[in-house]
Design a protein around this ligand. Structure first.
Ligand code: GDP
Length: 479
């Protein structure tokens, strides 16, 4: 026995290069410090500036979070609906909205916006946020208390709400409407859902950011990863470049910082990983999300997946002539995620019925097939979160176009996936897939507006690090 050999656990960097705080109670959330045991070490290191800003955010959150003196005082402003003197703490409330992948991306976007504007992020628990995610900040909760006065209005907030920022701008007859907003409202609702209009989109302009600065409560509803457009706001530019010298690491770091699976979800992740993936020499994730209507599996989607895997040498071809080929020692485990089981069954059968030309041993696994998207069932979203996480633990990843489920997996994992082009007219696209430029998620509904010139522009052509996405030509992503 060698007392001096550090254990595997000690050698791994459980604080992820300083991203995480030491000192959380390990028994309350096993995944927080265990995740390093399941991941390859990240190729990226968080900047010292990002680390220091996270620590100062944590201090702010502790001072201003739920039921602190500052929180209670700022809450008073909501009741009087007028704010006369500036407040000690300002808040950003994130409304739980849309599918789980979307929620993870919007919550990270909201956190970055809070960081940039010195606001405290509070999370509407919705139906299952508490069940899925551990507390990311020490000591004081990030969840919005259930007695928050506006809570029962969250569902009805939309573009017609009197406090909606876009609507305020539309209704305003004053030339300097924005100053009016900042001085007279205790809360403003930000509608950043994909159906938002030109006025709502002015959120991404410097002038409007100035007018929102003094509003104590901002309430945000969104289903989009809007980070790329924050990089186009001049007043955020310097800070963002200090935080993220490598632009494509934004979600990679914020995701690893914020999203720790709760113990029930971590059990789903670790049991599955150990049983089916740990022993393979290489792990290949294939995330299948079919937006076509009708019941799959579809032959054209299956053809596309196999064409992509073979063409890009992610998986070996099979031999239909030679019944037995000497087995090499190398094994590959394929993790397929999909709402239906059909694709998995066909890929598994292919590697059972025929040998691989390389002699590699291929095993194929799919954790669940939930058949359709369900929103209110606990185990459903636990499984969805576990599967995104498992995909992020693979070595090579194939994802589906347009899917935030895949974006979460790729960025958390630090993986540049091969993305399957979206099939048109029920035919497999040719080429079937391409490698993406960066691991960042795509912003599906960005504004195309030049705030200074007050006219439309192609926001994918303004700076070299904000480009159009591979899977959605009008989307924007960081590269
Ligand atoms: P997106 O619609 O692909 O952008 O991803 P979202 O996560 O926002 O919404 C899709 C929802 O459908 C997920 O949250 C799950 O509830 C469900 N879903 C889609 N694909 C899968 C899958 O492969 N596995 C599981 N378990 N659920 C899935």
């Amino acid at each position: 026995e060698d007392d001096y050999a550090p254990s595997l656990e000690a050698r791994k960097d459980k604080l992820l290069g300083g991203l995480l705080q030491a000192g959380f109670d390990e028994r309350s959330c096993a995944s927080r410090y265990q995740s390093a045991l399941y991941r390859k070490e990240s190729q990226h290191k968080p900047s010292p500036y990002l680390i220091s800003r996270l620590r100062s955010y944590e201090a702010l959150h502790k001072r201003c979070g739920p039921y602190t003196e500052s929180y209670n005082k700022t809450l008073e402003k909501l009741k009087t609906n007028h704010q006369l003197e500036p407040t000690d703490c300002n808040y950003l409330v994130w409304i739980s909205f849309s599918g789980l992948g979307n929620r993870i991306l919007t919550l990270a976007s909201a956190f970055l916006y809070a960081l940039l504007t010195n606001r405290v992020l509070l999370v509407d628990p919705g139906t299952d946020m508490v069940d899925l995610f551990c507390e990311p900040f020490p000591e004081v909760s990030w969840f919005l208390p259930s007695d928050f006065p506006l809570k029962n209005q969250f569902n009805s907030f939309d573009q017609k709400s009197p406090h909606c920022y876009g609507r305020m701008l539309k209704n305003s007859t004053f030339a300097n409407s924005s100053r009016l907003i900042s001085s007279s409202f205790s809360f403003v609702y930000l509608h950043l859902v994909h159906d938002y209009d030109d006025q709502d989109k002015l959120f991404f302009c410097d002038e409007d950011q100035t007018s929102l600065m003094e509003v104590p409560w901002l309430i945000m509803k969104t289903d989009n990863y809007f980070v790329p457009s924050l990089f186009l706001v001049p007043s955020f530019e310097q800070e963002l470049s200090n935080l993220f010298p490598r632009k494509e690491t934004v979600f990679h770091f914020l995701g690893r910082y914020l999203f720790h699976p709760t113990d029930p979800v971590w059990g789903l992740v670790t049991r599955y990983y150990q049983a089916y993936l740990a022993k393979a020499d290489e792990r290949i994730g294939i995330q299948i999300r079919v937006f076509d209507t009708g019941i799959g599996p579809f032959q054209h989607v299956l053809d596309q997946i196999i064409a992509c895997a073979l063409k890009e040498n992610l998986l070996p071809d099979i031999s239909r002539e030679k019944p037995i080929i000497n087995q090499s020692q190398k094994s590959k485990a394929v993790l397929i995620t999909s709402l239906s089981a059909g694709y998995f069954e066909r890929v598994r059968d292919m590697y059972w019925e025929y040998p691989t030309v390389t002699g590699e041993v291929i095993s194929v696994h799919q954790p669940s097939h939930e058949e359709y998207q369900q929103t209110e069932k606990h185990f459903h979203n636990r499984k969805a979160w576990a599967e995104m996480y498992l995909l992020s633990l693979t070595d090579v990843l194939v994802t589906s176009s347009w899917s935030t489920f895949g974006y979460v997996a790729q960025s958390l994992g630090g993986l540049k996936p091969w993305v399957l082009y979206k099939p048109e007219n029920r035919t497999a696209p040719d080429p079937p897939c391409r490698r993406v430029m960066s691991m960042e998620p795509c912003f599906h509904a960005p504004p195309f507006y030049d705030c200074k010139a007050k006219r439309g522009i192609d926001t994918g052509e303004v700076v070299p690090h904000v480009r159009h996405c591979e899977d959605m030509s009008w989307g924007l992503k960081l590269v």
